[in-house]
Design a protein around this ligand. Structure first.
Ligand SMILES: [Zn+2]
Length: 107
């Protein structure tokens, strides 16, 4: 029973992390690549797929914030890309007062 409850909590956390990923990459792609709302360019769609897969495969429990993680599971190229996304979108979301989205979890 305990395990099921823990699993539910993990799933919820995963879902909300993935949502945040989608939001950050969406803001970035609209601003930088002029994509339409709700759409991602090829590169950003690929990056989102990568980031989502990494998140769901994270073996650490409880999962630490990625910046404190000893593993650093991202490959160099994707790490550079996601950092750029975080910096760009984080600044914009801050300006818009979306503090609820500010990411304590990943980078
Ligand atoms: Zn893009």
């Amino acid at each position: 029973m305990e395990n099921i409850r823990k699993r539910e909590k993990d799933l919820k956390r995963e879902a909300s992390d993935v949502k945040v990923l989608e939001t950050f990459i969406g803001v970035y792609c609209r601003g930088k690549h002029r994509s339409r709302k709700g759409e991602l360019c090829h590169d950003c769609a690929e990056l989102l797929g990568y980031a989502r897969a990494r998140r769901l495969r994270c073996p650490l429990d409880p999962k630490p914030a990625c910046k404190h993680c000893p593993t650093h599971c991202y490959a160099k190229k994707q790490l550079a890309a996601i950092r750029e996304v975080m910096a760009y979108s984080g600044a914009r979301l801050l300006l818009r007062g979306r503090l609820d989205l500010i990411w304590h979890y990943f980078f």
